[in-house]
Design a protein around this ligand. Structure first.
Ligand code: 5AD
Ligand code: SF4
Length: 412
């Protein structure tokens, strides 16, 4: 009987990719995946610590597993990722029923961690990787920035870029298994450099792999979007016209205190240049950074008015242990709640407005079901006619309803 593993991932796409990578090592030891916790023999929890809330969710899941483990003490619990890295040895003391703790920095050695535990043995025939339409490829780990609110550099360490050759092999293997869309991942993904291979070179080379129809990437840092980058990608239609570009604040003063490395004006210039090249932009915003005044917050609201984002993910500032900003006095929960709700009110309509702006345009759509797919700019499109899943279809957009575009009006 194979070991059945329930995988629970918290946090970003990098974590989803890391969970897949860890699961590959488990499947090489005869494990199969299950979505039913009651039937599972092992649980892999891949955790996030970017905000206190994310860490709490993982820990409360771990707390609930105490009963699950008591039902059958042979069951295995693996706690991995960023919160595991931050909390380290303290975890095993607090949760003695934990079998394996594996921090984010140790992912490259996860196979050895499994072998050292003595809980798994190599299988004769590892399960074949599943073919997914869309696949992640990690191109770098870690971050060389030191944004004053952010715990990532301390839990993931400095940047390590994978060799271009390794990345191309990984992408090729996933394309051969059926992936049509490849998303390149890294904490500051567009800072990628391997010898003379730049991030733009890598995007172009991945797009040339047989079977690859579209290349996405996340998350970039604004300062690496240069005119050279845009010139190198502008004629390649396989590079998706959507960029998730975190701004964090609309106030140059707060951006400086956050150590983001750009001003409001520079950010808006980068956004304009990307938009002129056809890219749609979504973003992340933090409200209630300790030094953020009402005037600074008003600047964030006005930046949202100016930038034409397609979406903005908004977070209340959360102090993280060991970061420079954690020394600063906090705003009250009232101020945080208030600013968040004002901002959420403003960003609520962004997606629908962006969808409306697409009416009349022609979009290239990668079909994810026979009738529905995603455009290069990441809009959902209903085609009205059936097309093979995985094919790319050119569609004239006739109307938008909420967050769905229709390529053909059914009433015609
Ligand atoms: N508090 C609140 N939000 C944060 N983020 C990162 N660190 C913090 C923090 N300490 C947000 C940023 C980042 C996203 C992944 O999480 O907006 O882009
Ligand atoms: Fe954190 Fe800043 Fe690095 Fe992003 S660029 S991971 S916010 S330190």
């Amino acid at each position: 009987m194979p070991i059945k593993v329930f995988v629970q991932t918290y946090g970003c796409q990098m974590n989803l990719a890391d969970s897949e990578e860890m699961f590959l090592h488990l499947s090489a030891r005869g494990a199969v995946r299950t979505d039913n916790l009651d039937q599972a023999d092992a649980v892999l929890i891949n955790t996030c610590t970017v905000r206190d809330h994310a860490e709490h969710r993982a820990l409360s899941f771990l707390g609930r597993l105490c009963k699950w483990k008591r039902q059958n003490p042979q069951r295995i619990i693996i706690f991995a990722g960023c919160a595991a890295q931050r909390m380290g040895k303290a975890l095993q003391k607090r949760y003695p029923y934990l079998n394996i703790v594996s921090g984010a920095k140790e992912i490259e050695h996860f196979d050895q961690t499994l072998d050292k535990s003595g809980l798994f043995s190599p299988a004769a025939t590892p399960a074949a990787p599943q073919a997914a339409l869309s696949a992640y490829v990690t191109i770098m780990r870690g971050c060389n920035f030191n944004c004053s609110y952010c715990i990532v550099p301390s839990v993931r360490g400095p940047v390590k870029c994978l060799p271009a050759q390794t990345i191309l092999q990984d992408a090729t293997r996933k394309a051969q298994a059926g992936a049509k869309e490849i998303t390149l991942l890294g904490q500051t993904v567009n800072a990628y450099q391997d010898g003379s291979t730049t991030f733009a070179d890598l995007l172009n080379r991945v797009s040339e792999i047989p079977g690859v129809q579209r290349v996405r990437f996340t998350s970039p840092h604004p300062i690496y979007f240069t005119p050279q980058f845009l010139a190198a990608v502008k004629d390649n239609p396989k590079i998706a016209r959507h960029v998730h570009l975190p701004v964090q604040s609309g106030s140059s003063k707060v951006l400086q205190e956050m150590k983001r490395g750009y001003t409001r004006e520079i950010f808006l210039e980068k956004v304009r240049a990307l938009q002129v090249a056809g890219f749609e932009i979504s973003t992340d915003i933090i409200v209630g950074f300790p030094t953020e005044t009402e005037e600074d917050f008003a600047q964030t609201l006005s930046l949202v008015d100016q930038a034409r984002f397609t979406a903005a993910y908004c977070f209340k500032y959360s102090p993280r242990q060991g970061t420079p900003a954690a020394q600063l006095p906090l705003h009250s929960e009232n101020v945080l709640e208030n600013r968040l709700s004002i901002l959420l009110n403003k960003v609520r309509g962004l997606a629908e407005q962006a969808y409306q702006r697409q009416v009349g345009t022609v979009q290239s759509v990668l079909m994810e079901t026979p009738r529905k797919g995603r455009s290069s700019s990441n809009y959902w499109v209903e085609t009205g006619l059936d097309f093979p899943v995985g094919s790319v279809v050119s569609c004239k957009i006739e109307r938008a309803e909420g967050t769905l575009l229709f390529a053909r009006n059914e009433h015609d």
